[in-house]
Design a protein around this ligand. Sequence first.
Ligand code: AMP
Length: 287
Amino acid sequence: MTLSLPRTIISLNEMLSVSRDWKKAGETIAFIPTMGALHEGHLALMQYAESLASKVVVSIFVNPSQFGPNEDFSKYPRTLRDDLEKIKHLKIDAVFTPNASEMYPPDFQTWVDNSMMSLDFCGPFRPQHFRGVATIVLKLFHLVDCDHAIFGKKDYQQVKIIEQMVRDLNMPIKIHPMETIREEDGLALSSRNRYLDESSRHVSLALPVALNVAFDMFQSGVRSRSEIENAFAEEIARYPEIQLEYGKVANQSDLRRDGDEITEASVFLAAVRVGGVRLIDNLELGQ
Ligand code: AMP
């Protein structure tokens, strides 16, 4: 049996009317926003969605407003045909692939801006990134009219900001954060991994290794934020090919970092650059 490709929807009006009709018929909708170049991490979110609602919508949209002027927007992989092939065995009721020109018409001027959690971690390295993310996710939530939305903890700061947005703006949507899917050697799956050449791919393993150093210290009872962060930075510094952007311990609940002593369930968040590729990852440290 050959499986057919999932239904794609490009126009905003069509997406609105499809979701409205589903809702009228009593269906519930689970939604997975992506930028495409799909991998097993994305697929895991989609598989989980089936258990949450009667309809599953995936969006594939490389959102220009979350890229800075010197970032990889133009070279970000766009592989729609492959993506549709990869997901045709899953129960996906629609793949929403809007055009940037319809999402952001020339007179577009309204933004969703998180004023706290976006300031640290990736924030200073990617000015306006989370403003672009929050705005597009809000727009997609409206268009898809979802009851559930699934996000990867791989982008930890992003999930926290989306959860905050849903609370702050009283949106009746349940956010489901999912565990990070990794390669066998520990590297977190990411659409950007395909930019890594062989030697950068090898060196990039230092990131999960250093995160595990932090994890082991925490497990062995160390509760000093600076001690753990310094050990992480030292581990990364062993590889001259890697530039550390940040490696920080924060509260899982609100990403705050109060005082040197870790007293709450925490997470180690990090970003590095390897061979011109920016990689982010994190590990929950527990309580
Ligand atoms: P992206 O296409 O990179 O915007 O990612 C779309 C969604 O997939 C986001 O919620 C990501 O956090 C999630 N995601 C990306 N990589 C992984 C991974 N390795 N494991 C689980 N979820 C992931």
